[in-house]
Design a protein around this ligand. Structure first.
Ligand SMILES: NC(=O)c1ccc[n+]([C@@H]2O[C@H](COP(=O)([O-])OP(=O)(O)OC[C@H]3O[C@@H](n4cnc5c(N)ncnc54)[C@H](OP(=O)(O)O)[C@@H]3O)[C@@H](O)[C@H]2O)c1
Length: 262
């Protein structure tokens, strides 16, 4: 067991497939948790499980992180409750599948707010205190999609994840001589609620390549605790990530187009 007693982690999207696995990893290390998602009942259920299984302290904050100024609202809630955050896990995210010209503009805007804006704002709000306190770890959940030159039929989602990876890479360099680390977690396709919600379940990518959530999260957690800058779990995912960055880009685009068809 690592010596993280009395440390507190905030995790967004705590009740989902990846989020709840990460919660268990953190709880096993006796890290207290601030759990954030929209559904209060699910938050409460998870909170009670974690408290009774691991004996940690938990707080729940039910909030829609896709609304404007959600990060500021969350920050204010933390301040009101006197909670200091040592570890930030920006995990909440949604996908959107479909031809961009036919897409639902509100759904795409909400996705960008959640996947990009709230992640950036929350990091900006919590990072200075981590640097000042001399301790801090950030985990930004990106995706294997982040390495691809584009995702035909998931254009805005793939671009949102490339943003997260590029943002994390630059922050890592800026944090080099500080005690704080930032890690981008780039999982491959996983059979969580995400795939169904985002409309990806029937695509070739999800039918042929879906991986094991617990295994990928366990690898990500170890990399996060070591302060690694990027983690792509699994050999096949590593190959797909390298393939996405290999020139000429038109080859990876054609492969992504094929994989993102149903
Ligand atoms: N699953 C995959 O194949 C896959 C692959 C690569 C990357 N990822 C990334 O991994 C992250 C987590 O995905 P997952 O597979 O664990 O998804 P999931 O099982 O659908 O869980 C999503 C979590 O986010 C919360 N959430 C969704 N919208 C929210 C909002 N507007 N405000 C606050 N919380 C919200 C959900 O709870 P509520 O609904 O109660 O709010 C839930 O806790 C995402 O960033 C996703 O892009 C997933």
């Amino acid at each position: 067991m690592n010596n993280h007693t009395s440390k507190t982690a905030l995790i967004t999207g705590a009740t989902g497939g990846i989020g709840s696995e990460l919660c268990r990893c953190l709880a096993r290390d006796q890290i207290n948790l601030v759990l954030v998602a929209r559904n209060q009942q699910k938050l409460q259920q998870l909170s009670e499980q974690l408290q009774s299984e691991y004996g940690i302290k938990t707080h729940t904050m039910a909030l829609d992180l896709a609304i404007p100024n959600a990060a500021q609202k969350l920050y204010q809630m933390l301040q009101e409750q006197g909670l200091q955050i040592d570890f930030l896990i920006n995990n909440a995210g949604v996908g959107y599948y479909g031809r961009f010209s036919d897409s639902d503009l509100d759904a795409v805007t909400n996705m960008l707010n959640l996947n990009i804006t709230t992640l950036v704002q929350l990091t900006r709000l919590l990072l200075p205190n981590m640097i000042e306190q001399g301790i801090g770890r950030i985990l930004n959940v990106a995706s294997l999609a982040a390495f691809q030159p584009g995702g035909p039929n998931a254009a805005a989602y793939y671009a949102s994840k490339s943003f997260v990876l590029a943002f994390n890479r630059a922050v890592v360099v800026e944090l080099k001589h500080t005690p704080v680390t930032s890690t981008a977690f780039c999982p491959g396709p996983l059979s969580t609620a995400f795939a169904k919600q985002g409309g990806f379940s029937a695509t070739r990518l999800y039918r042929y390549f879906s991986g094991n959530t617990s295994k990928q999260v366990a690898k990500a957690y170890r990399a996060f605790m070591k302060g690694k800058s990027t983690v792509v779990p699994g050999g096949v995912n590593k190959l797909l990530a390298i393939g996405g960055e290999f020139p000429p880009r038109c080859i990876a685009l054609a492969i992504n187009k094929f994989l993102l068809q149903k």
